[in-house]
Each structure stands twice: as structure tokens, then as C-alpha cells.
Design a binder for this molecule. Structure first.
Ligand code: MN
Length: 426
């Protein structure tokens, strides 16, 4: 599919992340109005859907009132036929062929992106993070467990841990270095700020239609239940994680911040970049076999070391490297009867490619701290330091256009200086 031309000129450039082909959904606030508002991004503008709904544009009171909510859950509840109708209405009205009257109506609801603040787009009641990247799973086996083998369950199901929705934050939210319990070798456990703070390059699938408690999701329904995708940084405190994770999995090492990109890109916008997951290396049980999509989305990790003013790309990868699709993750999640809700997010797990420059975490990039990254600024990094800023980006490159997600940024803040019974860290 070629670029869909818009009457908003800035949307027609090949490197603009928000062309008419994209129209991602988010939640913004604007300086000149109260409250948070549903929006789509187009070119260098956000279209205020709450204001647009007041004009009667959507021809549906349900849609107009869903867009007055401060999260997208109400819109998700309306279901896929409505999502697609709204997408088509907006694409028609923003297209270069749109009438003067439509241009006038929508023009009054446009706000420059530079004048808006983005917020978490969803009321997230469930967040699970998978481990669906093959290369990441292989690498962590070698680095952490000292083995060439994958965990015995890995080739049979997409494994995951249940995350905390309370720590999901939007791009730009500072990330406080966590305090916690760590242990080195056979020494006594210590309580201290995390010494090995890491990022994880991931994407999240947003569940658009939920399921009932006790009811598995039919494999053929799963793709249809996914509304779209965002970028996700699953910040990880490796030393805390390493000491706590056996036998129940990650806990506080991943429960201090998880950063989401501000815009949710609908599955439809990614359709030209869709591909089937690679055939499994080992046969899967029938409920997981033979379906699911990944996407040709170029991912990048940029680091700005503390005290510097330039970002430097430290890794590039691609969504297509995932071994399990989001649909497989969703089916597996619900197979025992776990209810899924609109607005739930499923993290993919770290998306590493096969080559060292494609590793999606510092754990892998520095090989467990044994090979510090040498940056062009002259700095070296095994793990993140206070003041470091990290940005994840994702771009799907089409015929004369780009589908982007907005940036997924976080800057590391020092750990709390005191806690509990006046313990001070200097
Ligand atoms: Mn993760």
C-alpha cells in the first residue's frame, strides 16, 4: 500500500511517523482545555477526538461519549467493527480528497503535537510480560545460567510473569533506581541501590476485546482481539532479579517502572508489515500451533549518557525476531481460564536479533558486564548510570511512508536516599 495523502502537509513526508496510514490512538492534555482527551496523531498534530465528537462527526453517541473518557478503554469496549468504522471515518476526513467543510470541522480540533502532553492511554488492569524472543532466551541462558540450553518449557509455550500495572508509566516519566536485596556469590545478602540497572527492548500488544473467566480463547479468535501495539521498556534490576527470581520468577526486580510509548498503533496500520511467525523449532501442542503474526518493525535503542547532550544508537532489532506471536501469548494466557480485559497489555519479552548489535538489553550487549559498551562519547557502560536517558523507537517502513509509535523515553534518577529506619545512602 502506498502513502495515503492527507490535506495536512506534514503527514505526507516519507519519514513522518504519523501519516494517514497510521492514525495511532493516545490520550493527551492540551494547554487551552481541561482534562485528558482521546486523540489520534496525524503529521505534526494531534486530533482532539473529544472535541470532534461534540460536532456530531461520528454519527454515533456511543463513539462520541467514549471519546470523552480519559482513557481509551471505553472506545475499546465498542468492539472491532466500531474501531474500523472510526478509523475509516477519520482517514476519509483527513484525506487529500476531503471536502472543505470536513477540513474546516477537523481543522478546529487539531493541536500541534508540541503543545500537548501525552498520558498513559489505558486503564490497565492486567499486565503480563512474556519471554518470547528466541535470541534473548538463548543469551540469558548462557549469561545467567551458564548453559547452552533453553529452559525445558521454552520451546513448548510462551512463558511469562505477571507484572504490576501500578508501575506502568508513560514516556518521559523519570525512572527511580530501585533499592532492594541483592547477593553476590556466597556473601551475606545486602540491602542497597540496584547496581546493575538495565532496560529491555520490547513491544506490547493491547488487548482490545476481553474474555470470560473460565473460558479459553479460541485460537482463531485471538488475532481479532488485539487492538494494536506499543513500544515497551521493561526496566530491570538485574542484581535484585537474580537473587529473588527462583523459584517464582521476577518480582521487585521488574516492579519499579515499565515505560510505554504514548501512541497505540492499530493492527490495521501494521497489516502491510505482517508476517507469519517462523515455523517452530519443535512441534507445538495443537492449541498453540499454526497461527499468529509478527511485524517487520525496525526497533532502535538510543542512549544519552549522563552529562552528555547527544544520543547514540546502542542496538537495533526488529519485531519479526519474536518466536511467539501476541496471538499465541493471548491464547496461552487464557487457556486455563484466566479472564482477559480490554486494555490489558502483553509484553513480548526482550526482542534481540541474532547479531550482537541487535541485542535488546545491556545484560546481553555487555555480556553480563564482562564486555562494557564503548560509546562514541568516550563513556563506557555495562549497565545504566544515574542521569542516563534511554529512548526506544519503532518504525515500519512502507512505500513512501513510515509507521511510528512515538518515543519511549526514561531517564534514570538516583535511588531514594533514605528508607525505613533512617538508612542513609551517600
Ligand atoms: Mn521483559
Amino acid at each position: 500500500m502506498p502513502l495515503m495523502k492527507s490535506w495536512i502537509d506534514s503527514a505526507n513526508f516519507a519519514d513522518c511517523p504519523f501519516p494517514l496510514n497510521n492514525l495511532p490512538f493516545g490520550i493527551m492534555s492540551r494547554k487551552d482545555r481541561d482534562g485528558r482527551r482521546c486523540a489520534v496523531a496525524i503529521g505534526d498534530h494531534a486530533l482532539d477526538l473529544a472535541s470532534l465528537g461534540e460536532t456530531g462527526f461520528f454519527g454515533s453517541q456511543d463513539v462520541a461519549s467514549a471519546f470523552t473518557e480519559e482513557v481509551l478503554n471505553g472506545f475499546l469496549k465498542l468492539g472491532r467493527p466500531v474501531w474500523l468504522t472510526v478509523r475509516k471515518q477519520l482517514q476519509d476526513a483527513l484525506s487529500a480528497d476531503a471536502s472543505d467543510m470536513l477540513r474546516q470541522t477537523l481543522g478546529e480540533c487539531l493541536v500541534p503535537l508540541g503543545d500537548v502532553t501525552m498520558h498513559l492511554p489505558l486503564n490497565i488492569t492486567g499486565y503480563s510480560d512474556f519471554f518470547a524472543g528466541y535470541h534473548h532466551a538463548v543469551n540469558t541462558g548462557k549469561i545467567i545460567r551458564g548453559t547452552e540450553s533453553l529452559p525445558p518449557n521454552w520451546l513448548h509455550m510462551p512463558i511469562a510473569y505477571n507484572g504490576r500495572t501500578s508501575t506502568i508509566v508513560t514516556s518521559g516519566t523519570p525512572v527511580r533506581r530501585p533499592l532492594g536485596q541483592t547477593r553476590t556469590g556466597e556473601e551475606a545478602p545486602r540491602f542497597q541501590p540496584c547496581q546493575t540497572l538495565d532496560f529491555e527492548l520490547e513491544m506490547a500488544a493491547v488487548v482490545g476485546r476481553g474474555s470470560e473467566l473460565g473460558e479459553p480463547i479460541a485460537p482463531e479468535d485471538a488475532e481479532d482481539m488485539i487492538f494494536g501495539y506499543t513500544l515497551l521498556n521493561d526496566w530491570s534490576a538485574r542484581d535484585i532479579q537474580r537473587w529473588e527470581y527462583q523459584p517464582l520468577g521476577p518480582f521487585l526486580g521488574k516492579a519499579f517502572a515499565t515505560t510505554m510509548s504514548p501512541w497505540i498503533v492499530m493492527k490495521e496500520a501494521l497489516e502491510p508489515f505482517r508476517r507469519d511467525v517462523d515455523p517452530p523449532k519443535s512441534p507445538l501442542l495443537p492449541y498453540l500451533a499454526g497461527y499468529g503474526s509478527v511485524y517487520d518493525i525496525e526497533l532502535a535503542v538510543d542512549l544519552k549518557p549522563s552529562g552528555r547532550d547527544q544520543y547514540e544508537t546502542i542496538a537495533t532489532s526488529n519485531h519479526k525476531y519474536l518466536y511467539y506471536s501476541a496471538a499465541q501469548a493471548l491464547v496461552h494466557h487464557a487457556i486455563g481460564g484466566c479472564r482477559m480485559d480490554e486494555g490489558d497489555i502483553l509484553g513480548s519479552g526482550t526482542i534481540s536479533g541474532p547479531r550482537p548489535e541487535q541485542y535488546g538489553s545491556l545484560l546481553e550487549l555487555s555480556w553480563g558486564g564482562t564486555k562494557p559498551l564503548k560509546l562514541s562519547s568516550g563513556d563506557e557502560r555495562s549497565y545504566l548510570e544515574d542521569g542516563d536517558s534511554l529512548v526506544l523507537t519503532g518504525n515500519a517502513k512502507g512505500d513512501g511512508y513510515t509507521i511510528g509509535f512515538g518515543t519511549c523515553e526514561g531517564t534514570i534518577m538516583p535511588s531514594p536516599q533514605s528508607v525505613g529506619r533512617s538508612v542513609h545512602w551517600s
